[in-house]
Design a protein around this ligand. Structure first.
Ligand code: ADP
Ligand code: MG
Length: 189
């Protein structure tokens, strides 16, 4: 597999509103952690969010963001993410259809790209509180575009309140699990 010679920090948006979203996320995080030449650095809290951009009624979403450090080039990474989505039963029926799992590349280092198959940063990131909030939760203060995304979130106003952090007194089990052992998920489903 083609790889870069230097590691890149990339942020992946996770979304699910079908077939037990928590279980979908546990499986997806295991797969992300197992990607070649890639490590899972951190995972945000889980957020319960209102469906975005849809007219028909849909179940509420679970959203989160994972930070990876990878040697994979962005197109290879996207292909791998599509493979994980497919393995978890993702069907593309229509735009913004309910889904078992959506994995989007929000940021890939500071790369800018404008292709149909891959746009970086993700073109709808500044419009989506459900992606901005978990991203800003885990991104370091040194993230180059941090201020821009903080401002974008402020301008979203009320939409911010449609993104609810799921409280977890013992800390986020997905975060603890992936740090201690990315292959163990029994307590999550
Ligand atoms: P959405 O994530 O907007 O709900 P899809 O997951 O069906 O929709 O993605 C539609 C297409 O968007 C994908 O086939 C992919 O090639 C393209 N795409 C462009 N930029 C990105 C990105 N940054 N992350 C993920 N997919 C992207
Ligand atoms: Mg997607």
């Amino acid at each position: 597999m083609l790889t870069h010679s230097t590691r890149v920090d990339t942020y992946i948006g996770l979304g699910s509103n079908l077939a037990h979203p928590h279980r979908q996320f546990a499986a997806a995080l295991r797969s992300l952690a197992a990607l070649p030449d890639t490590s899972l650095v951190s995972v945000s809290s889980m957020y319960r969010t209102r469906p975005w951009g849809v007219l028909k009624r849909q179940p509420m979403y679970l959203n989160a963001v994972a930070r990876l450090s990878t040697l994979l080039p962005p197109k290879t990474l996207l292909t791998a993410l599509h493979g994980i989505e497919r393995a978890q039963g993702r069907k593309r029926r229509y735009r913004f259809a309910p889904r078992t799992l959506d994995l989007d590349i929000l940021l890939y280092g500071e790369m800018r790209l404008n292709r149909t198959y891959l746009t970086l940063p993700h073109p709808r990131l500044p419009l989506r509180a459900f992606a901005l909030i978990p991203l800003l939760e885990i991104a370091p203060d040194t993230l180059p575009c941090r201020r821009r995304y903080e401002k974008a979130l402020q301008t979203l106003g009320a939409a911010r309140h449609e993104v609810r952090q799921i409280p977890s007194p013992a800390g986020n089990p997905l975060v603890q699990e992936k740090i201690s052992n990315p292959l163990r998920s029994s307590q999550l489903s």
